[in-house]
Design a protein around this ligand. Sequence first.
Ligand code: 13P
Length: 245
Amino acid sequence: MRKKLAAGNWKMNGLQENLHEIKLLSKYANTATCEVLICPPATLLQSMNAISSRIAVGGQTCHTETSGAHTGDISAQMLADSGATYVILGHSERRSDCNETDAVVRTKTKAAWAAGLTAIVCIGESLSEREASNTIDIIGGQLAASVPDKATGENLVIAYEPIWAIGTGLTPSLDQIGEVHDFIRARLERRFGAGVGRSVRILYGGSMNPKNATDIAQVSNVDGGLVGGASLKAADFSYIIKALG
Ligand code: 13P
């Protein structure tokens, strides 16, 4: 059985003074049956990791190389060294802000695996792609090109994040979420075999909040959430943890 994952992406938010939210959150994480993960800015990884053994921490990107002359960048090995066990890769904000292509995401995923991290590979369509009925094609293409061979249920998580749902308060219908998640599952099984394909978790992300989390959590092949805004406050994120069990 796939263990549900409640993952928070703090994006470029969070100072030392915000760590008290994690102290508050640990109370809920202690009684949760799902796995709880927060991906803070790299500056908070170590101090956040020290707060609760029930809350895993992860990075928000990593370089393709282990070390070297890449001013301002951070390697997967450095994330692991700071206590991270996960890293988000190919988030749509990095694809648009930093021109990350599927090929770059694939190389970064290999780097994450080499450092022992679980990669959360993000894929998702734009509004114009959805309106042109291209969602499934786009998702299939991103999935094939962003994920390297040798995926397992331990080293890979897929996050379906429709770009138009991120930070907008808009979400796809439950049927639309189910259609994409079922498609991703089928593609994973076809490429990696039924055993591995069924063990990779598929998260939904995009305006997930305390109000819609329970419904989204019931959709077939939704194994958790990748949550932005609603992960910043323990009071909100605790509802999402509860919804995921
Ligand atoms: P929001 O939950 O703020 O829409 O962000 C989703 C997201 O991008 C998580 O990676």
